[in-house]
Write a protein that binds this ligand. Structure first.
Ligand SMILES: [Zn+2]
Length: 324
């Protein structure tokens, strides 16, 4: 009897123990499931936020000059909210048009301006600008984001215009913008009987005047830069000035012409002069002629700069974001 009693007690305690173990197991599983659901909700909240936030950041970068507007001229960027858009002469923002100068400053201060000031050091990001014209190098700045390394990468893609170095152009002749006004442009040869630059049926003259001060030569180098397509189409150019008229024609057979020694020589005894650039092109090739006359700051490397750098270019603007 005693044995039976004892075994009954043992049976009871084993059942009890099993129940407790099962209960603990069930509670554990439920708790685990709840944890995972929480994590999932949290992740999707974060994901949705970053997706819409990235989109807002991209739109604000391309449609606002930033705060303050001229932040690129400051020496410290701690309190700057960066924006890249260009403004017209009335200080109005030009939508979807970004400043190459601001991009340059952003490149060397990305950690402060974007990672800290925009993303509060919580988001990894990069910005890429791909010009449609492949003669210009793409600009890729920020942190490297590898799609394989990160489970969630957001990509915001916008089409923008970038001014590149167009503000360095003193004269810009682009056949796409050609209009009849060019035919009426002033020319210092108009007073010469035999060397008038009036356009004929066969030839088109495009004449432009520009002023250079002697002290400008201390800071800038001057180049006449032709588009590749303008070479060997039978075009000619003449450079002269109000004090020394020239009829010496040069063939357009080189994309980059250094004008410095000519300008130095003519400005030796003058503090400033009005120069004239005359270009003559056969009428049937006028849609192939493109050129700029540029003043490039002496500290800038000119070897890789070709014609497309001196006109505004359409580009893809790509912002990539992910969590660290
Ligand atoms: Zn002329």
């Amino acid at each position: 009897m005693m044995l039976l009693k004892e075994s009954k007690g043992m049976l009871f305690s084993t059942e009890f123990l099993l129940t407790i173990i099962l209960l603990v197991l069930i509670i554990g599983i439920i708790a685990n499931l709840m944890d995972r659901t929480d994590e999932k909700i949290l992740n999707s909240m974060k994901t949705n936020n970053l997706e819409s936030y990235s989109s807002k950041v991209a739109d604000s970068l391309i449609n606002s000059p930033g705060s303050p507007e001229n932040w690129e001229k400051l020496s410290s960027f701690n309190n700057v909210i960066p924006g890249l858009s260009l403004q017209n002469e009335n200080k109005e923002t030009i939508l979807n048009t970004i400043s190459f100068k601001k991009i340059k400053i952003l490149t060397s201060n990305y950690d402060t301006l974007i990672t800290k000031n925009i993303f509060n050091n919580e988001i990894k990001s990069s910005i890429a600008i791909y010009p449609f014209n492949t003669e210009i190098e793409p600009i890729i700045i920020g942190e490297e984001i590898n799609n394989q390394e990160h489970s969630t990468v957001f990509i915001v893609n916008r089409t923008v215009k970038c001014d590149f170095l167009s503000e360095l152009a003193i004269i810009s002749f682009n056949n796409e913008n050609y209009n009849e006004d060019y035919l009426n442009s002033l020319c210092n040869h108009d007073s010469l009987n035999n060397f008038s630059h009036e356009s004929t049926e066969n030839y088109l003259w495009i004449c432009n005047e520009f002023k250079v001060k002697r002290k400008d030569l201390d800071y800038n180098d001057y180049y006449l830069i032709f588009d590749e397509e303008s070479i060997n189409i039978g075009g000619l150019w003449i450079l002269d000035n109000t004090k020394r008229i020239s009829t010496a024609e040069n063939h357009i057979n080189n994309v980059k012409i250094d004008l410095n020694s000519y300008l130095e020589e003519n400005l030796e005894n003058n503090s400033e002069l009005i120069f004239y650039l005359h270009c003559k092109v056969p009428s049937n090739n006028k849609n192939k002629l493109n050129y700029v006359l540029v003043a490039i700051p002496k500290e800038m490397e000119v070897d890789n700069l070709n014609f497309p750098y001196f006109i505004s270019q359409t580009c893809q603007f790509i912002l990539k974001t992910t969590y660290y």
